[in-house]
Design a protein around this ligand. Structure first.
Ligand SMILES: Nc1ncnc2c1ncn2[C@@H]1O[C@H](COP(=O)(O)OP(=O)(O)OP(=O)(O)O)[C@@H](O)[C@H]1O
Ligand SMILES: [Mg+2]
Length: 408
């Protein structure tokens, strides 16, 4: 398959999802298996109005040779010893929503050792029913929605929305600006039609421009034309981010206050690379660009300031404060998505509870309970059967053992 396909996971890791070219035509045989079995339909029809993952199918994904499991809405607790495959299930669900692994790895890592490719499929039930199928191997990548090959990723996103809570979230606070930009971009891609395409086109012009700046002799005319493109597209991105932050920030502030259970004040501030006029600032950076041989101004250099009591959380926050802040950002993401789409995203919670002290846990639990009450669906992994008792009895427990999952 051609370059457009390779770009699926390549560019995904660089910016957010990339354009999917016409190469995404699935083999006819593969598509023939598209429709679900009647029994599965009957199962899901009881839950028509709740957006949830009703069925998950895995083939040669991580340590799962084969998995076929139905899930009702509500709270699912995945219990098991270490290294049994709990996180792998969350990874598969997140993959269906975003076409990325939240572990930040490419497709090859997710193929079961010794196998050629992985398959991840699922049925999402909300107002209607959507069927997702993903196949990935070194040579072939296929993506289908409702039995049709996906040609434009923008059409695909939205079939399933998830928010993941995992240890890597700490990078949102401690890591580089890039992780915070990604967070903003994911949120915008999940809520604004057209944002993803805009971002892809913008990143394309950044790369094209960087290539020109790296050339031994600069093609001034081409550089001018990409600069104009960069400014036009970049201004759209800046506008979207500038409008998002004040809407999102109060949700994060509230989530932070609820989890930390006291008056620690969180403030989030958008820090755009462009202060005033993109075109003017880009032109002014031209001499520096020549020595650095890269595009130095623009939304690909934006950041998000996270302030606790007006001080940088990354620099001055305690470990507990940073963890709480990372969780608050994710909780706010979930709330924001719920507000926009009218139904909560599927929450995937991996190992984050153990990192919080008792006070913070008891602040977080009501937020999770709320998602459950709003007819949402939550998947939480846990090794210790003791603590989730705080969550109450209304749980669906699963035992995960050596790449198998069973109701317990
Ligand atoms: N590509 C792969 N092929 C086969 N097995 C894999 C692959 N990638 C990871 N594994 C296996 O999956 C298991 C880890 O799964 P996972 O991370 O889901 O564990 P877990 O149940 O979440 O454990 P923990 O409680 O330690 O977080 C390990 O046994 C690992 O060897
Ligand atoms: Mg795990």
């Amino acid at each position: 398959m051609g370059g457009a396909v390779t770009s699926w996971d390549g560019k995904l890791r660089r910016a957010l999802p990339a354009h999917v070219g016409p190469d995404w035509r699935s083999a006819a045989g593969w598509l023939k298996t598209a429709r679900q079995k009647t029994s599965r339909r009957r199962f899901v029809s009881n839950y028509r109005l709740r957006v949830h993952l009703a069925h998950l199918r895995l083939r040669d994904f991580r340590n799962y040779a084969r998995l076929d499991t139905g899930f009702a809405p509500g709270f699912h607790l995945l219990l098991g010893d270490n290294a049994q495959g709990k996180t792998n299930i969350l990874e598969a669900v997140y993959l269906m929503a975003t076409l990325r692994s939240f572990r930040g790895v490419g497709g090859a890592h997710m193929i079961r050792h010794g196998a050629k490719g992985y398959f991840v499929g699922g049925n999402v039930v909300g107002q209607g029913e959507r069927e997702i199928k993903i196949y990935w191997s070194a040579r072939e990548r296929k993506l289908a929605l409702d039995g049709q090959p996906v040609k434009k990723l923008a059409d695909y996103f939205g079939a399933l929305r998830t928010v993941v809570f995992c240890t890597e979230d700490l990078q949102l606070v401690k890591g580089t600006a890039r992780s915070r930009r990604r967070f903003l971009d994911l949120l915008l891609a999940q809520t604004q039609p057209g944002y993803l395409a805009l971002l892809q086109r913008y990143m394309h012009s950044v790369r094209a421009r960087n290539a020109l700046l790296k050339a031994r002799v600069t093609d001034e005319a081409a550089l001018e034309s990409f600069s104009a493109e960069l400014v036009k597209l970049g201004n759209g991105i800046i506008r979207a981010r500038r409008e998002l932050v004040p809407k999102f920030s109060p949700l994060a502030r509230l989530a932070y206050r609820r989890i930390s259970n006291d008056a620690e004040e969180l403030r989030i501030e958008y820090q755009p690379s462009v202060k005033n006029d993109f075109a003017v600032e880009l032109a002014a950076a031209r001499a520096r660009e020549r020595s650095f041989r890269a595009t130095l101004v623009g939304p690909h250099r934006d950041d998000l300031q996270l302030l606790l009591h007006e001080k940088s959380a990354a620099q001055f926050g305690s470990e507990g404060q940073k963890r709480t802040l990372a969780i608050a950002l994710k909780m706010a993401q979930a709330e924001f998505l719920t507000g926009i789409h009218g139904s909560p995203p599927v929450l995937l919670i991996d190992d984050v509870m153990g990192e919080l002290d008792v006070k913070r846990r008891s602040g977080l639990l009501p937020l999770l309970a709320r998602s459950r009450e709003a007819s949402g669906q939550v998947f939480m992994t846990c090794t210790d059967e003791n603590w989730p008792s705080e969550l109450g009895k209304d749980l669906q427990r699963w035992t995960v053992k050596q790449g198998t999952i069973q109701r317990s």
